[in-house]
Design a protein around this ligand. Sequence first.
Ligand SMILES: Nc1ncnc2c1ncn2[C@@H]1O[C@H](COP(=O)(O)OP(=O)(O)OP(=O)(O)O)[C@@H](O)[C@H]1O
Length: 227
Amino acid sequence: MSILSVANVSYSYEGTKKLIFENVNVDFEKGKIYSIIGKSGAGKTSLLSLIAGLDNCKDGNILYNDKSLNSIDKDNYRAKDIGVIFQGYNLLNNTSALENILLSMNISGVVVDDKKAYALELLNKVGIDNETAKRKVLKLSGGEQQRVAIARALSHNPDIIIADEPTGNLDNETESEILTILEQLAHKENKCIIIVTHSTKVAQFADETWGLTKGQLIFIKEHKETK
Ligand SMILES: Nc1ncnc2c1ncn2[C@@H]1O[C@H](COP(=O)(O)OP(=O)(O)OP(=O)(O)O)[C@@H](O)[C@H]1O
């Protein structure tokens, strides 16, 4: 059963006539990685914003566990059910990696016995050791910042993680390491991972690839060899 369904969604920005996409349909399941590719300006980030509940569908519906996002508490959905990894990380630069995670946990209302130990555990899981965790984000490398962004997206243990160009500015080796983390989250921890990317390598790494072109979302490929 799909955890998230995009059903007949059409979208244009407020005050504009241009339809960014039209009648988009796609079902996302837990335990799988999906990639969405498409030219710059095709509407990939706009689609992720709708999925993340940051914007409302005007036509059609986005369903989380069969319930329309328009009918559920979107703040709660964003705080508990979905984790977002933005292009450019969107971390608080003057704050330590650890504090970034703790702040996010507080905003989401995460309840655990020892918040600091839990945050460090998440950071360790994505390859950030305790010493690095105490460093300000602006003193971390791009790859390290991306790991912190992943740990932050995981901090409220969401079912769905969406990532906009998660390996955009990273070297090949770091890109592979980040992809391995995302793969384990999908295949070992049963998360649903949706990645928007320009990278062929990232696209091929996914279990399914979809393409957004001329307002249509088209199924491109299932990558059985990655399983
Ligand atoms: N707030 C906005 N108001 C009006 N138009 C917008 C807004 N944000 C984006 N657009 C337009 O919507 C279209 C889709 O943009 P979007 O950012 O979703 O594309 P994208 O596929 O993610 O591109 P890229 O790969 O370059 O990040 C573009 O033509 C863009 O100019």
